[in-house]
Design a protein around this ligand. Structure first.
Ligand SMILES: Cc1cc2nc3c(=O)[nH]c(=O)nc-3n(C[C@H](O)[C@H](O)[C@H](O)COP(=O)(O)OP(=O)(O)OC[C@H]3O[C@@H](n4cnc5c(N)ncnc54)[C@H](O)[C@@H]3O)c2cc1C
Length: 406
């Protein structure tokens, strides 16, 4: 996003990308069916993403989720899922020190046990957050977003997010250096040296510029060598954590879908299982089923081998569909997975707000008109989303352009 704007303004730049592809976490395996390793939804109102989809004429469609809860071995309809989550979030009151959501919800039990479990499952699943670490105060501040009915509107690019990323990258392709892993940023006003290594070849490189925009995930940023490291950046990094997600997408035999009326598999929340949310691409019928775990559940799965995770996936899917393990296994053609939590280019799925003591400071993304930051974590309202990442990239590029013109 930033590169497109810099190019449009005739600013000379290069993009250093540690992997061999564009899009970062937005990664689609093309095919029929296509597989989304990372993001797949447009959550609520996303004006900037919409503008880009329209510009490139990329089709998208509305999801139709029929919410169900799988509990104590039974599946039942949950038509008021969002209302119940909203009810817990909007009633959050934290006076004085912030506290983790797990502690808050156990202390203030004026909600029903079932609502508490749904809210916990939402914070773990949707925010990918560790309940023992996530800021209750910040969750409370998000009540307007969570309780706004528009957030329930979920859309999906028809052929996956990868198409949007590729179309955007086409405009700046000649500026991208792939497999360039940045390890160090040495900077002072209007002078930057970026050092790193070319992946797989172990060849060091050095680039000089008068400005730098760093867009790595906060998981990577925690460990990047930045000299000098601005104290405000350090403060910000103390207030965010990289959430963990394990997302597995199974491509199944069409016969699997015959058991559901109208061939549509519902959205299932299954807080008692290893994978706590399940969905398909409905109302568009493809042959995929996605199993999702966030927060502590994802951490537990991340400690297992991929083979053990796949077994947990099959076991859970067998449970919620009341089929045998062997039957589900027979129907599965392939299970797709990318290990975001251990990938050194990401070190997690997306950011969430951590408990902090004292006043929360405003996010600073610009230091001496030389060192800039962008990426999902830097957006105060839409962190953890594609829209948030795009908005911060646009903002940073416009600031750079503004400063170069002065
Ligand atoms: C499983 C999963 C599901 C998700 N679902 C959704 C969803 O449905 N909807 C939604 O809106 N969002 C979703 N997200 C979040 C969304 O993917 C992110 O918010 C967004 O993609 C972040 O974009 P970014 O540009 O900030 O970071 P990234 O996409 O991480 O981009 C950073 C880039 O920096 C590169 N890089 C990293 N380290 C270095 C280095 N040392 N040197 C050079 N380059 C480096 C990376 O390779 C990458 O290309 C999901 C994420 C995951 C993982």
């Amino acid at each position: 996003m930033a590169a497109r704007i810099l190019k449009e303004k005739n600013i000379d730049f290069i993009m250093l990308e540690s992997t061999d592809h564009v899009g970062g976490r937005a990664r689609t395996l093309k095919g029929s069916p296509h597989i989304e390793y990372g993001p797949e939804f447009l959550h609520g109102e996303t004006p900037l993403t919409d503008e880009l989809l329209e510009k490139y004429d990329i089709p998208f469609y509305d999801m139709q989720f029929d919410y169900h809860l799988f509990e104590k071995g039974e599946l039942h309809k949950l038509s008021d899922f969002w209302e119940r989550v909203c009810d817990v979030i909007k009633n959050i009151k934290v006076e004085g020190n912030d506290l983790p959501f797990a502690e808050y919800i156990s202390k203030f039990d004026y909600h029903s046990k079932e609502d508490q479990e749904i809210a916990k499952s939402f914070v773990q699943g949707f925010d990918a957050a560790d309940l023992n670490n996530v800021s209750t105060k910040t969750l409370g501040e998000m009540k307007d977003v969570v309780c706004d009915p528009s957030i329930r509107k979920m859309r999906r690019p028809l052929h996956g997010y990868g198409e949007l990323m590729e179309r955007m990258a086409d405009e700046v392709f000649s500026h991208i250096l792939f497999n360039y892993v940045v390890q160090e940023i040495d900077w002072r006003k209007d002078q930057v040296i970026v050092r790193g290594t070319i992946r797989n070849e172990d060849i060091p490189f050095e680039c000089r510029a008068n400005k730098v925009l760093d867009t790595v995930s906060v998981g990577v940023l925690h460990q990047q060598d930045i000299h000098p490291r601005p104290p405000a950046l350090q403060d910000f990094l103390q207030s965010v954590e990289m959430g963990q997600v394990v997302k597995m997408v199974a491509d199944l035999d069409y016969e699997f879908f015959h058991q559901f009326e109208g061939h549509s598999f519902p959205f299932v929340a299954s807080p008692e299982l290893s994978f706590t949310a399940w969905w398909t691409t409905t109302p568009i019928h493809t042959t995929t089923v996605t199993g999702w775990a966030g927060g502590e559940k994802a951490r537990a799965l991340s400690d297992m081998s991929e083979d053990e995770c796949q077994k947990a996936f099959i076991r859970d899917l067998a449970c919620i569909t009341s089929k045998s393990y062997d039957q589900i296994k027979k129907w599965i053609k392939k299970i797709h997975f990318h290990d975001w939590n251990h990938d050194p280019s990401f070190k997690g799925a997306y950011s969430y707000p951590k408990v902090i003591q004292g006043e929360k400071k405003e996010i600073k993304t610009q230091f001496e008109d030389t060192l800039y930051f962008a990426g999902e974590a830097f957006h105060a309202e839409f962190s953890g989303t594609i829209e948030g990442a795009l908005l911060t990239g646009k903002d940073a590029a416009e600031k750079i352009y503004g400063n170069l013109r002065q």
